[in-house]
Design a protein around this ligand. Structure first.
Ligand code: C5P
Length: 404
């Protein structure tokens, strides 16, 4: 499910390779993408919209003037919010139209209306492919920043051998991934992230915990995955879905998080402790629900003992790893972050003022200051996803510097 949350539009035009677009659509759908297909009249001569409807899970757009509520203004709706628009197969005709701004049916009009990256996958008879008109049109498209995949050499449906074949599935899939995930600076790196709260049980129905939603840790894990890292996420109980393509180890208590984290620490390159780990737990968990005792006004005592400090343990056992912790504070933010950097032998502390309105626990936005021994770097309020990207940019620079 490498393409979960991605919206991809596929425009199929009228060539013999149109049937191969079915494989592409099926793969995109299986990878979790939300796929919208549109087809020219020519494409429908080769392959049925019904098939693509079944493979993509959406009604196929075939008519620019459809009077249908669901397909409201089809050539705009079809590419609105898309992360990528793939024209496959792309005939000489559609590339000629795209190169010259012609918008006379739904696919060519959508090319003009699209604001996302566009990938043309040319496939045609090799004389048509080599024709100077087609070559010049492809050049125009490339010059304008569109992606044009080179056709492959081989046998054509017309019996001739030459350049013009639709690419092998693996080549096309690779091109799609490279456009969607251009930054692969974490490729080959093993990343460990802790996220969410921990729960410390008092009795079978009660626990001590905190407001952590896990959103910041999950955003960091997903950003690392998209940049090519091999990611392990040790997660406390959260309401978020397990992200695709990440090894998720679910835990409940601080002790479980400690065990799970330490067990794989040795093989990791970069570790981020984003979890809000409970510092204390009840000294014992009652096996039965604790009953109200005596008069209600009397109250009861709950004895707490310290949990292991996971980050500190990681700091103490640190070898080659780049170690990052969080400091969620309500006062003396930077001073506390500086202290933690030293006390926990971390390479970076992400200082997070959780008393500020609109940032921190539970919400979708955050604002932090990255604290390292070389100085402070302020990241203003933004979504946790955008922040995750910036944090990784900075970690990559700082980790590189440390290794020099
Ligand atoms: O000391 P403090 O809890 O403020 O430090 C926060 C950082 O330490 C976070 O990165 C958090 O994940 C980590 N931590 C931990 N184990 C604990 C407490 C905090 O790993 N028991």
């Amino acid at each position: 499910m490498k393409l979960a949350k991605k919206k991809i539009t596929v425009g199929i035009t009228g060539g013999i390779a149109a049937y191969k677009a079915a494989d592409l659509v099926s793969w995109l759908h299986q990878q979790g993408a939300d796929v919208q297909v549109m087809m020219t009249k020519g494409a429908q001569e080769f392959i049925s919209p019904l098939l693509l409807h079944a493979l993509s899970g959406h009604v196929v757009i075939i008519d620019m003037f459809a009077n249908d509520d669901k397909l409201h203004i089809p050539h705009i709706y079809g590419v609105d919010g898309a992360d990528l628009f793939i024209i496959a197969p792309a005939t000489a005709n559609i590339m000629a139209k795209a190169a010259h701004g012609i918008a006379d049916e739904v696919v060519s009009a959508s090319i003009l209306a699209a604001t996302c990256p566009i990938l043309f996958v040319p496939a045609m008879n090799f004389h048509m492919y080599e024709n100077i008109a087609t070559q010049e049109n492809m050049e125009i498209l490339q010059r304008r920043g569109y992606h044009v995949l080179e056709a492959e050499e081989g046998r054509m449906a017309c019996g001739t051998v030459g350049k013009g074949r639709f690419p092998e599935a693996a080549v096309l899939q690779d091109a799609v991934m490279k456009i969607l995930f251009p930054k692969q600076d974490l490729a080959g790196k093993k990343v460990l992230i802790t996220a969410g709260p921990t729960r410390e049980q008092i009795d079978p129905v009660r626990y001590l915990s905190n407001y952590s939603s896990g959103k910041m840790g999950y955003a960091l894990a997903e950003a690392a995955r998209d940049r090519g890292a091999d990611v392990t996420l040790v997660s406390g109980p959260v309401k978020l879905l397990a992200p695709a393509g990440i090894t998720v180890i679910p835990v409940v208590t601080a002790e479980e998080m400690y065990q799970a984290t330490l067990a794989c620490y040795g093989e990791m390159d970069i570790v981020i402790g984003a979890a809000a780990v409970a510092d204390y737990r009840p000294d014992q968990t009652a096996s039965q629900k604790i009953k109200k005792q005596g008069a209600a006004k009397d109250g009861i005592q709950l004895n707490l003992v310290a949990n292991p400090d996971i980050l500190q343990a990681l700091g103490a056992a640190k070898k080659h790893q780049y170690l990052v912790g969080f400091a969620a504070e309500t006062e003396n933010l930077l001073e506390n972050a500086e202290k933690k950097l030293i006390a926990k032998k971390a390479d970076m502390i992400i200082a997070n003022d959780v008393s500020q309105p609109g940032v921190g626990f539970e919400v979708d936005n955050n604002a932090v200051t990255l604290v390292t021994k070389d100085g402070h770097y302020v990241l203003p309020q933004m979504t946790k996803q955008a922040l995750a990207e910036k944090i990784w940019d900075y970690i990559m620079v700082a980790a590189e510097k440390k290794n020099q």
